[in-house]
Design a protein around this ligand. Structure first.
Ligand code: IVH
Length: 695
């Protein structure tokens, strides 16, 4: 899992490496953007350490090895107890070895571990006197830190006043959530500043910034709580004997934010196996978290175990960081492509110099929309920080502005649709071809024919291209009036494939309204939203009669989406009429039409959760592979089934989940359901529960 160390061959290369590491580290702690991503920095420091082992007499005093934070700004506020760093492990084997050595050191197995995310921000100590927040100090070199009390009031989760008038120090991490980071860069660039490359740099820079014309919110997560010396007995709580997990409960009771509020709360574990299982769970949830983590911190939970293990000068012996692979790398932006989607949206996509992130080679990243490019001040040739976690589409966080050479070129925005040459509607953030969904008809039709929409077998991409090129279809409705002769005239269309395709098209006319609506590809209405709209309004006529206000009665449709859906349906009116005339079904089986004529019953969500049924009022999550009677169902069909049976389908497990259907190979969702004591069902049990609704 670890990448190889940098190879250093002589004293001059060693001196250069130390200098590069110190510069990068200084940028890391002050919010400047480093020329090295975390991986490159780690490789460099490991190379430095390797050379130092061979040449112990030539170690430079400013070397980052053996320090709590080589390169960090030294502060002048002494820490009462040193703020240490953590040693790292990178694999289950390394963790197992570490825990065995800890057990040897303390003379028995570790009684209990605590396992929590390693938050990717900066360490601060917050001193409270009599319950009031008095001082905020960075970690600095571990012995003394910088005073950053000016940032008090901009950090969520660190209250001005605790729930009790205690005199304590809370330690933890200050970071920016993804939303806070986006906001910070918007505000910063609006004030003429360069965008920060990533949330960590943004938090570091914002925490230390004293004289900014603006403030940007950050978030604090506590991971330590200690008494302050020289405190009157009455104000000093007895914390010394508490286990780490109890300290975290106490911190939360004081009103301090901890990981308990997140999808990855700190837990305790009795065995190495349990720790490793939790490491996997946290790793699996990483991509979905609204803040960055770079690993998992495992601690001996009991104060007695911690005390007998003790600490070295750099790191405690009772805690370890299990590092996860880096999700950010610096690479170069080579080009921007403009692609037209099936609804006519013209979306920019970054072409990158290939870079490997967590085992995958990344060559493209999303750029959202033109305004986003302008806001980030991106230029061709820029070094950019690329973020990729899990299966989420990689994104560019920001350019590394100080690596610019002056040769970077502005990104040209298209003046006409790059696909059909028509004009571009630039009225909204996302630009759209004036030909709308007719611009990329092949994409629109392929989507409509897809398995989760009209499910027309035999109408794949190639066939659609043939039909469009032959001029046989100019919109979705034309599919339904295709004749046998027309199809037979196409290349590679024999009697059997023609008859099969005609039968599949005829069958598609009977699909429920939810799928017809989805096939239209109205922006903002994917599969589940189309089902909710169809269930609420029951017929296409009712949907078309709905105004923005009644559209908002559908769960998940807010003030922004509602008018755009209504407008787009109006735009689609001729096509919908043509589909209805061709005999396409326009009603939703099982849904009750609303009472009033404008499609609004006045009661929120009456129809969105079905009418009774065995799953009435339940939120159901499906995970793993389905077997038995459910084996052939796609995830979308499972969701349709859940909703037919009166339930609500969801893709993530939370306290609100009522039931998790866990099939073969179910992983983190099953584990989370077990943690939250949510009812679990096998595919067979679930099939029995909804037997009446299986068709
Ligand atoms: S415990 C003495 N717990 O990681 C124990 N640290 O690489 C040291 N960090 O300096 C801290 N999340 O800034 C601890 N849950 C967590 C953490 C955490 C992030 C940071 C902290 C520390 C650094 C070490």
């Amino acid at each position: 899992m670890t990448t190889p160390a940098a190879v250093i061959t002589d004293a001059a290369a060693y001196a250069q490496a130390v200098e590069d590491a110190v510069t990068a580290s200084a940028a890391y702690y002050t919010g400047g953007t480093s020329a090295l991503d975390d991986d490159a920095y780690d490789r460099l420091v490991r190379g430095i350490a390797a050379w130092e082992t061979e040449h112990p007499d030539q170690v430079l005093p400013n070397s980052p090895t053996g320090k709590v934070a080589g390169g960090a700004v030294e502060g002048d506020v002494p820490h009462t107890v040193a703020m240490l760093s953590l040693d790292n492990v990178f694999s289950p084997e390394e963790f197992t070895t570490w825990s065995a050595s800890l057990a040897r050191r303390i003379g028995h197995e570790v009684e209990r571990f605590s396992v929590e995310p390693k938050l990717d921000g900066l360490a601060v100590a917050a001193r409270y006197a009599g319950g009031r927040l008095r001082q905020l100090i960075t970690r600095g070199d571990g012995t003394a830190g910088e005073h950053v009390s000016h940032a008090i009031g901009t950090i969520e989760g660190l209250p001005h006043e605790l729930a009790e008038p205690v005199t304590v120090e809370v330690r933890g991490e200050v970071l920016m959530t993804t939303a806070q980071f986006e906001h910070a860069n918007e505000v910063r660039t609006a004030h003429g500043g360069q965008p920060f490359a990533n949330p960590r740099g943004a938090a570091a820079g914002s925490l230390r910034a004293k004289e900014r014309a603006y403030t940007v919110p950050m978030t604090f997560f506590g991971y330590g709580l200690l008494p302050l010396p020289n405190t009157e007995k009455a104000l000093a709580p007895r914390l010394g004997e508490l286990a780490h997990s109890d300290l975290m409960v106490q911190a939360a009771a004081y009103g301090v934010n901890t990981t308990a509020t997140t999808a990855v709360p700190g837990i305790t574990a009795d065995t190495v196996e349990q720790v490793l299982a939790r490491v996997q769970e946290i790793a699996a949830l990483r991509a979905e978290l609204p803040f960055g983590i770079d690993g998992i911190v495992i601690k001996a939970d009991l104060a007695a175990d911690q005390q007998s293990a003790g600490s070295g000068s750099r790191a405690p012996r009772w805690a370890i960081a299990y590092k996860l692979p880096a999700v950010e790398k610096i690479t170069r932006l080579l080009e921007v492509e403009w692609n037209v989607g099936r609804t006519g949206i013209i979306a920019p996509r970054a072409v990158l110099e290939p870079v490997e992130i967590d085992g995958a080679t990344i060559t493209y990243a999303t750029l959202h929309n033109p305004a986003d490019i302008t806001r980030r001040d991106l230029r061709l040739g820029d070094h950019v920080m690329v973020h990729r976690a899990g299966d989420v589409i990689p994104r560019i966080e920001a350019p590394v502005a100080h690596l610019r050479t002056g040769d970077e070129q502005p990104i040209a925005f298209p003046e006409a649709c790059p696909r059909c040459g028509a004009g571009i509607n630039t009225g909204e953030q996302r630009w759209r071809c004036e030909n709308g969904r007719n611009c990329h008809l092949v994409a629109a039709l392929s989507y409509a024919a897809g398995r989760d929409q009209l499910d027309i077998e035999g109408l794949g991409h190639t066939r659609v291209v043939q039909l469009v090129d032959a001029g046989l279809v100019a919109d979705l409705a034309d599919l339904f009036t295709l004749t046998r002769e027309q199809l037979m005239g196409l290349e590679r269309m024999g009697v059997t494939s023609t008859d099969n395709l005609l039968a599949a098209i005829a069958a598609a006319k009977g699909q429920p309204l939810s799928r017809v609506l989805c096939a239209l590809g109205v922006r903002g209405t994917g599969r589940s939203m189309s089902r909710r709209i169809a269930r609420r309004f029951a017929s296409m006529d009712n949907i078309r009669a709905a105004n923005a206000e009644s559209m908002q009665q559908v769960e998940g449709i807010g003030t922004e989406k509602a008018p755009s859906i209504v407008a787009e349906l109006a735009e689609l009116a001729p096509l919908i009429d043509k589909l209805a005339a061709a005999g396409v079904n326009m009603t939703e089986p099982g849904a009750t039409p609303p009472a009033s004529s404008d499609g609004d019953t006045g009661e929120a969500d009456e129809n969105t959760e079905g009418v009774g049924g065995p799953l009435a009022g339940m939120t159901v999550v499906v995970t793993g592979a389905m077997t038995g009677p459910l084996e052939k169902l796609s995830r979308n069909q499972m969701n349709e089934l859940i909703e037919r049976a009166g339930g609500r389908s969801s893709s993530s497990v939370s306290k609100k989940t009522s039931l998790v259907v866990a099939g073969d190979g179910a992983g983190s969702k099953r584990a989370k359901a077990e943690d939250l004591a949510i009812r679990l069902a096998t595919p067979d049990e679930f099939a029995a529960l909804v037997a009446d609704y299986l068709n």
